[in-house]
Ligand binder design. Structure first.
Ligand code: R5P
Length: 293
């Protein structure tokens, strides 16, 4: 059966590209914002018995984008569509465990909300931790943009003795996937974060990177603190150029300036969160997933 794509207001570009790749109709979705910040959504077409993919990232303002995703999905399902969703950047994905006693595992709550509005399947890109997929009681899949980021960098930069670097052990598998494409060396730093203050410490290593290009790989940059610590060490070890490649450039406050100030020369990201750093389109990854269904 054919697909129909419902573009959420946070992900118009990906929705348009996905519909073109799947040869799917793009639904007219009208979104109005009231002065108090509430959104009102209207679907301009009959969706009965259609298989509809709602495309909506939940980057900041996270709660607003999440609410738009939920109400849009609810309406489609109420009107008789089979609802699937593509959430290229899934907000709250880092709240997947009770790190301190009494903390809410918010991602689990989001899974319940998604299910309650009729979402049958969720596809996301580079979820923070694949273990989090276990919090959902319906099919959930995380696809990875890291090979596409590696291809982009391989094509667009003349790399000198490249070394791919993960700022922490959590991104070790990402740095391995990146290196497999570029056939480069890779290392992972050991990072720890104070759960109360959020302060980051990165362990020193004995490295000589004189004259080499280092590529920092991570799932996301939020405040930039992780990349800043990593870049400072790479500079100290002699790296001549630092490129940072991430799936999700959340870039809170002056994060981009902070990482550039720490020695990062280039920032490359996907379009899960639209910005001037979005160089890699994730719609082919989403299209391959839905083509299989
Ligand atoms: C954490 O483990 C993640 O993989 C990222 O490294 C982290 O969330 C980035 O956050 P920030 O930019 O605030 O350091």
């Amino acid at each position: 059966m054919d697909w129909t794509v419902a573009p959420g207001p946070a992900s118009l570009e990906i929705a348009t590209n996905l519909s073109a790749k799947l040869g799917a109709k793009l639904l007219p979705v009208e979104v109005t914002d009231f002065p108090d910040g509430e959104s009102k959504i209207r679907i301009g077409e009959d969706v009965r018995n259609k298989r509809v993919i709602v495309v909506q990232s939940t980057y900041p303002p996270v709660d607003k984008h999440l609410m738009q995703l939920l109400v849009l999905s609810h309406k489609l399902s109420e009107d008789g569509a089979d609802v699937f969703c593509a959430v290229p950047y899934l907000g709250y994905a880092r709240q997947d465990r009770e790190f301190l006693p009494g903390e809410v595992v918010t991602l689990g709550v989001i899974g319940r909300l998604m299910r309650s509005v009729g979402i049958k399947r969720l596809v996301t890109v580079d979820i923070h931790s694949v273990k989090a997929l276990g919090l959902f009681s319906f099919p959930v899949y995380s696809t990875s943009s890291i090979p596409l980021l590696a291809e982009y960098i391989g094509k667009n930069y003349q790399l000198r003795q490249p070394i791919a670097v993960s700022p922490d052990f959590g991104s070790s598998s990402r740095v391995e996937a990146f290196s497999a494409v570029l056939k480069s060396e890779h290392i992972s730093f050991k990072k720890s974060r104070d759960r109360k203050t959020g302060e980051i410490t990165t362990e020193e290593q004995s490295l000589n990177l004189m004259g080499r290009d280092a590529i920092i790989i991570d799932d996301m940059i939020s405040t930039g603190a992780s990349v800043v610590k990593c870049a400072q060490l790479l500079k100290k070890y002699g790296a001549s150029r630092i490129i940072t490649a991430v799936a999700h450039a959340v870039l809170i406050g002056g994060a981009a300036d902070r990482i550039m100030g720490a020695g990062v020369d280039e920032l490359i990201a996907t379009n899960t969160i639209p910005s001037k750093y979005s160089k890699v389109d994730v719609s082919p990854l989403l299209a391959s997933h839905f083509e299989m269904l």
